[in-house]
Structures are given as C-alpha cells and as structure tokens.
Design a protein around this ligand. Structure first.
Ligand code: NAG
Ligand code: NAG
Ligand code: NAG
Ligand code: NAG
Ligand code: ZN
Length: 296
C-alpha cells in the first residue's frame, strides 16, 4: 500500500469519525456494545484483548468496534459478512438456508463470519499460529459482528435488503428503515433522554443489566452444548424482533414518530445490552487459559 493511499484512507476514516453513525449499528451502537463488554471481561480475556488491539486503540476495545465498517469499502470482500438475509415474510432464520452471499457462496454472512473469526482467535495460544491469521483483525471483526447480528434488521428480508430499500420518514427526515435501526433510534434517544451524552446512555444500560435484567444475564451469557460461540440463536432472535417491531407499522412511505420511537427504544437498548454481555462471554471462553482446563 503506497503512502498516498494510507493517507487517503486515514482521511476517510477521520471523515467517518466526524460524521457519526453512517454505517452498521452506528458508531454509537458499536461503541456502546464494546464498552459494555469491557466491563465483563475476565482477567485472561482482558490481557489477550490488550495484547491484540492495535496501538492506536490505546487498550480500549470500544475504540475499534467500528473498524469493520470503516474498512468495508476497501476490503470489498467483507461487505456480506455484516448481515444475513432471510426469505421474505417467513420470520425465521436457518444457517444452512440463509448463510451465503448473493453469489451463493456458503458461510459468507454474519453468523458464518462469527464462527470464522472465533475459530481464528482460538489459535491465540498456539505459538506458531501468528503466520496464519491476523488476530488483531480477527478480534476487531468478531467484536463488530457480534454487535451486528443483534441489530434486528441485520437479519432481515432479502427482498428489501434488511429494510434498506424501505424509504420512510423519521420524524421530518427522509431515510430508510435499516438506518433508523442502525442509528436514528439511538441518536433520538441521546437527544431526548441522555443530554446527547453517550456515556450517560451506557451507564443507564449497565444499570439495567445489574438491576432489571440480572435474572436473564446467565441465559444471555450461555451457549448450548458447551459451544465457544453461538450466533445462530442471536440471529433467530433478531429476525423475530424484526418482524414484531422493526417492520411492523413501517410500510414504505410512512412517517415514524413518537409512537414508533418510544415503543422500539427499549428493544434497541436490550439488544445493545445482550450483545455486550455475549461478546464478553465469547471472548472469555475463547481466551480462558489452558491452566483452568488442566486443573479440572
Ligand atoms: C420457517 O417458517 C416456515 C413457515 O412460515 C416453515 O415452513 C419453515 O419450516 C420454518 N423454517 C425454519 C428453519 O424454522
Ligand atoms: C474468514 O476470515 C478470513 C480472514 O479475514 C477472510 O479472508 C474470509 O473471507 C473469512 N470468511 C468468512 C466466511 O468470514
Ligand atoms: C494486522 O491487521 C492490522 C489491521 O488491519 C494491521 O495494521 C497490521 O499491520 C496487520 N498485521 C500483520 C502482521 O499483517
Ligand atoms: C431498563 O429496563 C426497563 C424495563 O425492562 C426498560 O423499560 C427501560 O427502557 C430500560 N432502560 C435502559 C436504558 O435500557
Ligand atoms: Zn457492520
């Protein structure tokens, strides 16, 4: 890569940072998810994460959780790894049926990518694995995709590209339904309830995890059958929520306002909480030290 190109990419990344929330769950969503996850990392996982993070992250996982969106147009192959499309109006998800890109290549979808980068990170403690995978990238991809699979419309219908082709108004602004769920609901919440301060919203969600949702916490964390990672149930939850909340009353051309915003915000906040808790639990399983296995 030439120096000019590096500079150019640098500028684009800077630009994306100045205009918050263009892609993905927006920047705020991914930041929130990884900030929540940081609070639940084990000592082993926290040490491994710190070692793998790029220098510019300065030890803060949350600061690189939108990296996968920032490089999306440069690493063109990674585009289909941010979502999975399901057949129109079925409201269910199946890995075998749905996890492929538009050319039909198997495993090229968000759940496939989560398995892929988990598998790569499992080689962290193999001394000769560094040659094979870039684990810094694997960590940044995994942290981002566990967020994406929780955004209900990242597991949406094929025909409307997960709400991207459903044009609506969000209050007075013309936008599309996918963007409402990535960004607009969170932005409106920041303005209306959190004095435009993301850290206040994060604290409110963290408080709910320890108070309101403490009984669900263990269910969120666990994977059936002692798997290290389990994105398929998260995708099933997402398409279910997409049908119940995202698509409902959001037909093309409609205007969404207070009724939609106030009834959907709790869904968004809970999904951010679940992704954070599940990202941490996954990283904890990936990086659980060998000693703890040999002690059994
Ligand atoms: C999805 O739902 C349809 C009915 O709407 C059913 O026929 C199909 O078997 C379901 N598939 C899965 C994977 O659950
Ligand atoms: C798995 O990761 C490698 C390295 O980033 C990438 O080239 C490949 O496309 C990924 N495949 C999937 C299905 O995520
Ligand atoms: C791994 O990926 C990061 C982020 O793309 C990059 O900065 C770094 O140079 C890569 N490391 C190697 C050894 O290629
Ligand atoms: C906290 O939980 C309550 C009850 O589920 C919900 O109504 C509220 O929106 C949640 N707040 C946040 C910040 O998650
Ligand atoms: Zn994304």
């Amino acid at each position: 890569m030439g120096g000019f190109e590096v500079l150019w990419i640098g500028r684009v990344i800077l630009l994306l940072q100045l205009v918050p929330g263009i892609l993905g769950w927006g920047k705020e969503g991914h930041y929130t998810i990884c900030k929540i996850a940081e609070g639940y990392l084990s000592e082993d996982a926290s040490a491994a994460v710190k070692e793998l993070l790029p220098d510019h992250a300065e030890g803060d996982l949350a600061s690189v959780c939108s990296w996968a969106d920032e490089i999306r147009f440069h690493f063109h192959w990674s585009g289909p790894l941010h979502y999975v499309d399901t057949p129109d109006f079925r409201c269910n998800y199946s890995y075998c049926r749905d996890c492929h890109d538009t050319a039909g290549h198997k495993n090229r979808c968000v759940t496939g990518a989560i398995y892929n980068y988990t598998m790569q990170l499992m080689s962290y403690s193999d001394s000769n694995s560094e040659m094979k995978y870039n684990l810094t990238e694997a960590l940044m991809f995994l942290s981002h995709f566990i967020g994406d699979v929780h955004q209900p419309l990242h597991v949406g219908f094929l025909g409307d590209e997960g709400g991207n082709t459903i044009t609506i108004r969000w209050y007075k602004r013309k936008t599309n339904l996918h963007h409402v769920w990535d960004t607009m609901i969170i932005e409106s919440a920041l303005k209306t309830f959190y004095s435009k301060d993301l850290s206040i919203m994060i604290q409110a969600i963290q408080k709910n995890i320890t108070d309101g949702w403490s009984d669900e916490f263990l269910l969120w964390e666990g994977c059936a059958l002692d798997q290290t990672v389990c994105p398929d149930p998260y995708a099933s939850e997402s398409i279910n929520l997409a049908c119940k909340f995202a698509y409902r009353n959001a037909t093309p051309g409609s205007t969404l306002g207070d009724d939609y915003f106030l009834s959907r915000l709790p869904v968004v906040e809970k999904r951010l909480a679940q992704s954070g808790v599940r990202l941490a639990a996954t990283l904890n399983r990936i990086f659980s030290s060998r000693q703890s296995i040999s002690q059994e």
